[in-house]
Design a protein around this ligand. Sequence first.
Ligand code: NAP
Length: 296
Amino acid sequence: MKRVLVLGRNGMVGKEIDNPEIEIYGPSRDACNISNPAHISSFLSSIKPDVIINAAGFTDVDAAEKDKYYEAFEVNCNGPFHLAKAIADSKRDTKLVHISSDFVFAGRHAPYSEENTDEVPVNAYGMSKLFGDILSTKLCEEAGIKLAIIRTSWVFGSGRPNFPEAILKKLLNTSEPVRVVDDQVGVPTLAKDLAEACVNLAIGDRVGLFNFRNSGESCSRYTWARSIVRAAFSATGRKEFSVERILPCATDDLPRRAAKRPFNTTLSIDKYGPTPDWETATISHVEKVLKEWPLL
Ligand SMILES: NC(=O)c1ccc[n+]([C@@H]2O[C@H](COP(=O)([O-])OP(=O)(O)OC[C@H]3O[C@@H](n4cnc5c(N)ncnc54)[C@H](OP(=O)(O)O)[C@@H]3O)[C@@H](O)[C@H]2O)c1
């Protein structure tokens, strides 16, 4: 049975990593901070993992742009570099599976394949993720370490409230229509499906860069919000969840956020292979949320 060290175990994706064929070790951030090389080396020598899945990340895109630029780079750029370096120093055959982001792209030339490399991210978070990919790839190539990087988009799941929960809460908390941008385009990814992809790459032989998202047509945030609300209405019949209450708007019509968002980051998943469909994943997630949510 493979021994797998999962970093970011308490995050939305990390929580979903589960498979009877692997033995999981998931230390907290305090115990194994990926910005701290001594922590990583100590876990590598005590656990001797066959694989590290790095699901840790600094994911607050606006904070990364405002006052947490340094922290974002510490975690998203230096973190995967420290992991690769610690594996190289350990001289063991540990594989690294690292999660990256669609925000490494500027969003003007979608769909993006694994071959696309020539864009500059539009925000600091995207920069930090891109440099994490570049540094860890370079080091792993030089040291002969097996590395799989998974670039993903618009992750949602049970681990923490995200876009679907925000839309449902807004509809319950106001009687006004809710405006959602229709000029940010991408494809949603269920955290559980992404976690399964991480495990597949962890236990399999494949290495390299992989895009991963749910299948289906790309959509705007507005289109996704309508799917979420339709699912909530079907599940509850509550009039608050009327799809007519979701109105499209442009990003510029809403209060300005600290970080720019890329326009269209649709990832091509031909290389990874078939994945579950995002509309079905959205419906089952919304049904689960509505059952578990204390507000309802
Ligand atoms: N969410 C998205 O839409 C999205 C889209 C594309 C890519 N991604 C990527 O997917 C990965 C997982 O994202 P997520 O949504 O699951 O993130 P998340 O819910 O914000 O969880 C991040 C996890 O990382 C841990 N962490 C943060 N800094 C750390 C450090 N210095 N050392 C060790 N652990 C640290 C956090 O610890 P605590 O539990 O202590 O806070 C948390 O468990 C990240 O690489 C992210 O960039 C996410």
